[in-house]
Design a protein around this ligand. Structure first.
Ligand code: CA
Ligand code: CA
Length: 172
């Protein structure tokens, strides 16, 4: 997972003040933590609807909601109610979209390698990355298409503490 926990989004606290609440790519690039995050570009892109270079404030808040940590009092909420955007499964879907570079709803070996490449900072050879990717796919792939679907992705990460790993700490 990207280290979104360390992202501080407070520079965009008042995005609604200019241009009628429209945010551009540039606005996001002013967030230092996002710029230095290896997955920063990908994170910025998920805020923008397909083919658009601007996002309105509502859309921004909706995407941002995925990063909000789950409060204790939200966990006990009515299970029949609509799922909050920051629920575990929504967060996993969000992460999946983040990694699915070509948007074919599958994580390919190449995409896994790219993600690993971005996340693993130590010197590691392409060969080693490749074998990590192979092993991950081997473990996760259930339908034998050599790629990881959302279902398979969710299954693999079942035991990972996604809620905490995918939360942005707000400074205010
Ligand atoms: Ca893909
Ligand atoms: Ca598969």
């Amino acid at each position: 997972f990207p280290t979104v926990k360390s992202l501080a989004l407070q520079p965009v606290h008042q995005p609604g003040q200019r241009r009628d609440g429209i945010l551009s790519h540039e606005d996001f690039l002013r967030i230092p933590e996002l710029v230095i995050n290896p997955l920063g570009d990908r994170i910025i892109n998920v805020f923008f609807p397909e083919g658009e270079d601007q996002v309105n404030f509502r859309g921004f808040m909706r995407t941002l909601a995925h990063f909000r940590p789950i409060e204790d009092n939200e966990k006990s909420k009515d299970v029949n109610g609509p799922e909050p955007l920051n629920s575990r499964s929504n967060k996993l879907q969000f992460a999946f979209r983040l990694y699915d570079f070509d948007k074919d709803d599958k994580l390919s070996r190449g995409e896994l390698i790219q993600v690993l490449h971005l996340m693993v900072r130590v010197n590691i050879s392409d060969e080693q990355l490749g074998s990590i990717a192979d092993r991950t796919i081997q473990e996760a792939d259930q339908d034998g298409d050599s790629a990881i679907s959302l279902t398979e992705f969710v299954k693999v990460l079942e035991k990972v503490d996604v809620e905490q790993k995918m939360s942005i700490q707000f400074l205010h």
